[in-house]
Design a protein around this ligand. Structure first.
Ligand code: BES
Ligand code: ZN
Length: 464
């Protein structure tokens, strides 16, 4: 948390006329032993306006901003207009992704039987209506199916060993027109096929008890089943990244380096996403506003990404589309995701491989200068720093840990946002960026990060 004494000390130094910006890295009276305060930090702290951040969170969090919908588009337009109002030229980068709509209804019945079932659909199942022989197909592994003729049949498969998607694809590959997968433990099976695939056939799940009883019956006599999945669809949607670039102030003295400051502007359905991640988007805007008129020798890119909540799609699209030469010039990605919740824990950084890098080092140094404490880092993915880390760019997520109870709920609203937390993050990140981006501070060594591989999509449902 902020220590007001720090500000007073700097303010006193300025009033007493002992302060000058020409004297680079002048150190004022240390407030904390061994943690001298760099007066250049003050340039950032002084210009950072938490009210702007709060206002923009308020504006953005009136409704959920679901990727590929009009509400996300409105947020994109707003963010662009804010960047423009600070004097930036902006780019809106469109990209498409596949969006899945859950089925409205599912029916399963056995001919000549009035038994009822409680089937549930696998996420990414296709729609369809089939009547065919029920074929018991073990675990649905390729070798088990080799000698079975499944053409036009509904395969009844037990959960286990391989993913649900593999089971469906194996059965469909042998001609099955539908698939039922039953659980191997008690309780409901809440599963996903992981991603859309044209080769899928309608696929539903049953409980262990239902599936075992059906398998026993089907082994004893030929059963004909009817399976209908209605209303499921995969649609191509368009989302956007918003990009504002600040070139080095004086080209002749510029470095070749690029620092990316970013956040995601989309939210999950049902959640207004004040903290996740209107907070990071608004913080990105404020840092862009603040740095617009501050001389830097490093290029700064301020970006809000779309479609993060459906699998880091915007940031991945952005990084994948960069020329190799540009990626090699990227020395840091500051990812601001969930940076203002009153009800979350302390500020931490997460890196994809759990290792420190330039971003964690700069922020540990700035937090020590400002607050007398280095913010810790730990391993964590689940956000837009991952595609940067995978491309070898030193990257870290700034977040409060543990997350607030309102995460991904309708209660992620502006009233839970803490200006104090926003102020703290803004100062730490702003001064960390400035430490590297300002003129005459080229002695900080940049070591490119090792490329890491991290899953982009975390499913709430089981995949196997
Ligand atoms: N802001 C979250 C990430 C997060 C939340 C990280 C809590 C650490 C603690 C992000 O917007 C999110 O929800 N990500 C998804 C994963 C994404 C790849 C679809 C998630 O974690 O479910
Ligand atoms: Zn988020």
């Amino acid at each position: 948390m902020k220590k007001p004494v720090l500000k007073l000390t700097i303010a006193a130094a300025i009033t007493a006329g002992t302060f000058s910006f020409q004297a680079a890295a002048v150190q004022v009276e240390p407030v904390y032993a061994q943690q001298p305060v760099n007066v250049l930090d003050h340039k950032i702290v002084q210009h950072f306006n938490v009210e702007n951040v709060y206002q923009n969170i308020d504006y953005l969090s009136k409704e959920p901003r679901i990727a590929g919908t009009e509400s996300e588009e409105k947020a994109v337009q707003y963010i662009q207009s804010q960047f423009q109002s600070y004097g930036y030229e902006t780019e809106i980068q469109p990209f498409t992704f596949l969006s899945y709509t859950e089925p409205e209804s599912i029916f399963l019945s056995i001919e000549g039987s009035d038994e009822t079932f409680t089937p549930s659909a696998f996420t990414y199942t296709v729609s369809g209506s089939i009547t065919g022989e029920l074929a018991v197909a073990g675990l649905g592994k390729k070798e088990e199916l080799a000698d079975l003729n499944l053409t036009g049949k509904i395969a009844l498969i037990q959960r286990g060993e391989i993913s649900f998607a593999e089971k469906v694809l194996n059965a469909a590959g042998k001609g099955a027109a539908g698939v039922i997968i039953y659980n191997n433990t008690d309780g409901a099976l809440n599963g996903t096929l992981g991603e859309a695939n044209d080769a899928y056939v309608p696929a539903v799940s049953l409980t262990k008890a239902e599936g075992e009883a059906l398998a026993a019956k089907a082994a004893a006599e030929t059963l004909t089943a009817s399976l209908t999945v209605e209303g499921a669809s995969v649609d191509e949607k368009t989302s956007h990244n918003v990009i504002a670039v600040k070139k080095p102030t004086n080209q002749t003295k510029a470095t070749n380096d690029i620092i990316v400051v970013g956040a995601h502007h989309d939210s999950v359905p049902g959640a207004p996403g004040a903290n996740d991640d209107a907070s990071g988007s608004a913080m990105t805007l404020e840092l862009a506003r603040l740095f617009k008129d501050i001389p830097t020798d490093t290029e700064l890119r301020f970006i809000t990404f779309g479609a993060e909540e459906v699998g880091l799609i915007g940031s991945e699209y952005y990084v994948d589309g960069l020329p190799k030469e540009e990626v090699s010039r990227m020395i840091a990605n500051f990812n601001l995701d969930m940076v203002g919740s009153r009800d979350a824990g302390d500020l931490v950084m997460m890196t994809a491989d759990g290792e420190p890098n330039l971003v964690t080092e700069l922020a540990q140094a700035s937090s020590t200068r400002l607050n007398g404490e280095a913010i810790p880092y730990l391993e964590g993915g689940r956000s837009d720093h991952v595609p940067f880390a995978e491309a070898g760019v030193p990257a870290a997520l700034f977040i409060h840990d543990p997350a607030e109870p309102w995460y991904h709920t309708p209660d992620d609203t502006i009233d839970k946002i803490s200006k104090e937390k926003l102020q703290d993050v803004g100062e730490i990140v702003g001064t960390a960026i400035y430490e590297k981006a300002r003129f005459d501070n080229q002695e900080i060594k940049v070591k490119k990060a090792n490329k890491v591989k991290v899953p982009h999509l975390y499913h709430n449902e089981d995949i196997q």
